[in-house]
Design a protein around this ligand. Sequence first.
Ligand SMILES: Nc1nc2c([nH]c(=O)n2[C@H]2C[C@H](O)[C@@H](COP(=O)(O)OP(=O)(O)OP(=O)(O)O)O2)c(=O)[nH]1
Length: 127
Amino acid sequence: MIEVVCAVILKDDKILIAQRSEEMKLPLKWEFPGGKLNKGEDEERAIVREIKEELNIEISPLKRISSNIHDYGSIKIKLTAYLCDYIAGEIKLLEHKDFKFVGYENLKDYDLADADIPFIENLKTLV
Ligand SMILES: Nc1nc2c([nH]c(=O)n2[C@H]2C[C@H](O)[C@@H](COP(=O)(O)OP(=O)(O)OP(=O)(O)O)O2)c(=O)[nH]1
């Protein structure tokens, strides 16, 4: 099972979602950006590193939301989400195709990766 961490980044009460590119796995799906844990790396360090690598911004993890285990058939992932504050920097799309800041109520209108869907319910009381 692959361990993946992702960031639910808040800015002005909106949530950042990013669209995977055609070249990535799960092409064109929307997700909470993040990536795989390196060996020996803790989750909070991994999420800060991945967001800098993918979006060029600094974030600060606030709270662990929950983990979902999802089996895509070819791979099984454990996806752990952290609620994060946007600290600094201008977003540059270094891997993704697009990004948006959306209100909580609009998250369901995007074609999110299957593993992310349970987070919508878990976020209800947090945002
Ligand atoms: N980052 C991220 N990955 C997700 C989410 N939902 C979901 O199913 N995934 C899957 C897609 C990938 O199969 C896997 C993580 O891959 P990734 O491509 O983002 O991770 P990475 O940057 O470390 O990968 P790599 O390109 O170095 O191989 O988890 C999500 O919300 N965020």
